[in-house]
Design a protein. Sequence first.
Length: 649
Amino acid sequence: MDESAGQKTDPLHAGHPPERPGPGRLLNVNDDEATRYMVSRILRRAGYEVEEAETGMQALEAARRSPDLIVLDVRLPDISGLDICRTLKSDPSTARIPILQTSATFISAERKAEGLESGADGYLAQPIEPPELIATVRALLRARHAEDALRRSALDWQRTFEALGDAVALVSDQGEVYRLNPAMRELLGHPDSLPACSRCLDALFEGGLKAALDSTADARGRPIREVRRNRRTYRVVIDPLRSAGGGRFVLVASDVSDQKALEQEHLRRAEELSAEARRKDEFLAMLAHELRNPLHAIATANRLQDQLQEGDPNRAELRSAISRQVRHLARLVDDLLDVSRITRGKIELSRTVMDLATCIQNGVDMVRGQAENRRQTLEWIPPPTPMPVQVDGLRFEQALINVLSNAVKYSPVGGSIRVQVESAPGSDDAAFEVRITDQGPGIAPDKLEEIFDLFVQVDPSLARSRGGLGIGLTVARSLVELHGGRLWAESEGPGRGSTFVVRMPRAHAEPDRPSERPPTNPPARSLRILVVEDNMDALFALQTLLQTLGHQVWAEADGRRGLEVARHEELDLALIDIGLPGMDGYEVAMRIVQQPGPHPYLVAVTGYGRDTDRGRAEEAGFGAYLVKPVQSEELERLLGRVSAGAAQR
Ligand code: ADP
């Protein structure tokens, strides 16, 4: 049973386990042997361990061993009990030992008072009644334990208060500081007195601390304030100390600078994401527009064709318009597929040493037609000496073409575009700079970098009217950087034209000889061809095209039927769509390969142009891979190759 605890302990606030109060170790000081014996006996019977002392000196000596309580006779031969009491109570190491004075002689109320004055915690007159002695000892021990518990708890709170990372101050309703922890002292800049702390705290709040306290007292809920100090942000809450009878407040300031920085970072990121999403939306609108234009042209040309007589020269013109538009569509789709691969650096460059002038020449040739349509002059004078650069010709030229076609697109009709190449200034011939200058709308200084971001268009309506998706420059810059070069824009501002500069490091070798053009394919002999394609229009078109070219064609709309044909017919070639319902193109190919006997040359025809798809196609047994829409030249080249191979079989 917990005898020392007079009141119930709150388990949440107990803090320490209660100390075992029970019997303890007592010191019994008395020079009279009979009384000493009697007192010790009573105490021992009550379960206490008892040490005895006869003199004042012995008592002081034994007190150093910290008994739980001392029963001290006032009259001793050497030192008076009153003096011993004073000595022990004035020494911090013994001050907390309860002392119960006993006396046979001094029994008057004054003497008793004198004894208590000397520091004794209780006083008993002899003859001592055992129950009274035990009850008094227990009461004193209980008081001692309660005091200890209180002291420990105060110490705990004190340590907690000091260890808090948050700055805490206890203030009066007038704004005077009573207490503050080290974190608050640091926040206030280590003022040297409590009034100075009050002044610093006062300066922290707009309108002063008193006003903040008043508004807290009036407010519903807990107003949270933010204050700035030493370039850090603190979030402050002030709570009234109601349990202390009002008139006091506790103020807690937490440093939220890092959290604020994080919040701001999240905000910035959210804005960035929503800008990105907006650009994507704009891009989708633009894409729809871009796709609709060629589709419209194709649909119209197609309708017109039906109305024109066979042999009308306009029919040829319409056909070439259709193929131009199809090429344009294919190019758009390629760009879209390319952009993510290129910007993530997921393309492989096969680099050789080339003359930079050759790359520029190829690029200029590609856009010359567009420039002529807009009656623009393209000025390009090749340099007298070779400028070796290590590039993947096609990829590097793609970057130049993107920039060149922008120059054409954004320059006025009849304008002129100048293309120059020279040794980069200050590079000692270690790098070259291609400068493409136009007389177009120019670019505002704050947009010079932004235009290289994906889907960014300075003036979407202009860009839309000129046909563009806002990806050309992103692709161009990524490609140039993959080649170790740099691409940037210069402009004196709107209306002043623009210059795009491509800077490339010099290659330390001479340009390879331009490769001979591949020999033209021999005309294809009649082949036995299986076409598997679930889009009936595409199936019909390809079948008709192949038949027109003189081949024998089996056209099937699903994989199983395709397999049947492959099992029974001796085929030269199978053109198989990958995205078939049920059994996909990969599986059809694998099963054809597994069939006994020779199998046809397998070609995948697909809308996906990713490297992973190509890899899978190869694994499935495909010998070639055509991306839709299949260009007729490409198809003819393939047929030529197969018929050459088939002829040798
Ligand atoms: P787009 O398909 O819109 O042309 P780009 O990525 O090629 O996409 O170009 C992004 C934007 O940069 C264009 O929309 C245009 O606003 C601006 N821009 C590009 N080239 C030029 C140029 N030569 N003159 C002026 N503005 C240009």
